[in-house]
Design a protein around this ligand. Structure first.
Ligand code: SF4
Ligand code: SF4
Ligand code: SF4
Length: 232
């Protein structure tokens, strides 16, 4: 390499190093300041967000073992949380598996090892975000085209969820209340009848697992992360 080219190369290299260094530094500086404002649904048993970010080593073990493929990993666009696991309830909730393989697999306790049952889980809270969209409230039956094309082809558990879900075709919608995986589900969600209307009501035991939000064919339920709990 000739001298002028070498100098140009070194100049560009330094500029890139400065840029990425500043970006990385910014991420470290901003991270703790953002944690309180984010709206991420962490896997079950997660420590409080600040501690979670400080202890999770981004190994992806929880993601590997989840039989429902519920857990994703934040990419570089989420500077403060890059590499950490999250659940997007609109796409795939957490099915609160027996023995919580994600928790067992976590080597650091960022998913708390002392959590053994669904009663100990509080990922967030479900709320009815669009009651006028709710099929039950509007007296609309579930049509074939209303059912979401769920991820169902990877294993038996996912296939079972999809089979149960498809059974609602042509029926009145009670999907959220029936398919809630909380063990004593009427403490989490139930269909109620008031003023000639039927609709789901969320109760305080809701674990915020997101399954109702995933499956609702009307997208009438949302999950708020545990920092801002809301019940209807
Ligand atoms: S409890 Fe089961 S479904 Fe939920 S995140 Fe853990 S492994 Fe996945
Ligand atoms: S799943 Fe629940 S909230 Fe959604 S349309 Fe059916 S009854 Fe309404
Ligand atoms: S109501 Fe049931 S399905 Fe919905 S978030 Fe709560 S525990 Fe999960």
């Amino acid at each position: 390499m000739k001298e002028p080219q070498r100098r140009e190369f070194l100049k560009k290299g330094s500029a890139y190093a400065l840029f990425f260094g500043a970006l990385f530094g910014c991420g470290i500086y901003i991270s703790p300041k953002l944690y309180a404002k984010n709206s991420f649904l962490r896997p079950p048993g997660a420590l409080d967000e600040k501690e979670f970010l400080a202890t999770c080593i981004k190994c992806g073990q929880c993601i590997q073992v989840c039989p429902y493929h519920s857990i994703n990993m934040y990419d570089i666009t989420h500077l403060s949380s890059v590499g950490t696991p999250y659940i997007d309830a609109g796409k795939r909730g957490c099915y609160l598996c027996d023995l919580f393989p994600c928790i067992l697999a976590c080597p650091t306790g960022s998913l708390r090892h002392e959590v053994h049952s669904a009663e100990d889980i509080r990922m967030g809270a479900a709320y009815i975000s669009d009651i006028n969209g709710c099929f039950a409230y509007m007296g609309k039956k579930v049509e074939k085209e209303d059912l979401k094309p769920l991820q169902s082809n990877q294993n038996e558990r996912e296939a079972t969820v999809y089979e149960n879900y498809k059974n609602y075709e042509g029926k009145e919608c009670t999907i959220c209340a029936d398919m809630c995986p909380y063990p004593d589900k009427t403490n989490a969600i139930e269909m109620v009848y008031e003023n000639d209307k039927v609709f789901p009501q969320i109760h305080s035991k809701c674990a915020g697992c997101g399954v109702c939000a995933e499956l609702c064919p009307a997208s009438a339920i949302s999950i708020t992360p545990r920092y801002e709990e809301v019940y209807t």
